[in-house]
Design a protein around this ligand. Structure first.
Ligand code: COA
Length: 145
């Protein structure tokens, strides 16, 4: 397994990050501003960008419940896949206690397997959630405490 360096995104990463998005999604719909708006962590192997994860806190947590975080985007460059980079990125994201959510295409078995490995499980389905092509989303959740 590769041991990536995980660090926050800086503006000069954006060109390479958009390249990885283009390699990872048939219809990428994230622009530069979107990556800068949220929390984005980059994985590097020997100085080369290998992947990224983006998240946002949707609830800060209070006396009644823990923080809630949504994983918004995850992509690993094709040449770095199956080396533990996705796992390492998500593990860096899941360090604090809280409820973590994400949506994933029904057909995306690779990502679902990765999420299950980290303790995510299906809580619901949203029909027609995605376009290009039309597809349902599986909503997954994981509680870290
Ligand atoms: C999904 C994705 C992020 C996985 O990244 P990765 O770095 O290759 O994942 P890892 O190497 O950390 O894999 C960890 C585990 O996830 C599962 N997994 C990952 N890719 C898999 C695949 N293609 N098929 C089956 N299981 C897979 C395996 O259990 C794997 O452990 P193993 O290699 O010991 O069997 C990557 O394939 C990708 O960028 N895909 C395109 C974009 C995408 O689908 N993003 C998610 C949107 S919700």
């Amino acid at each position: 397994m590769a041991q990536p360096l995980i660090r926050p995104l800086v503006a000069s990463d954006l060109d390479k990050l958009l390249e990885i998005e283009n390699q990872s999604f048939a219809y990428p719909n994230w622009d530069r501003q979107a990556f800068l708006r949220y929390r984005c962590l980059i994985a590097e192997i020997n100085g080369e960008m290998a992947g990224a994860v983006v998240s946002r806190q949707t609830f800060a947590g209070d006396s009644k419940g823990p923080q809630e975080v949504e994983i918004l985007n995850l992509a690993v460059a094709p040449q770095f896949r199956r080396q533990g980079i996705g796992l390492a990125l998500l593990a860096s994201e899941l360090t604090n206690d809280g409820l973590y959510f994400l949506e994933v295409r029904e057909s995306n078995k690779a990502a679902q397997a990765l999420y299950r490995k980290l303790g995510f499980y299906e809580v619901s389905r949203r029909p027609h959630y995605y376009t290009n092509p039309d597809e349902a989303a599986i909503v997954m959740q994981m509680k870290k405490c």
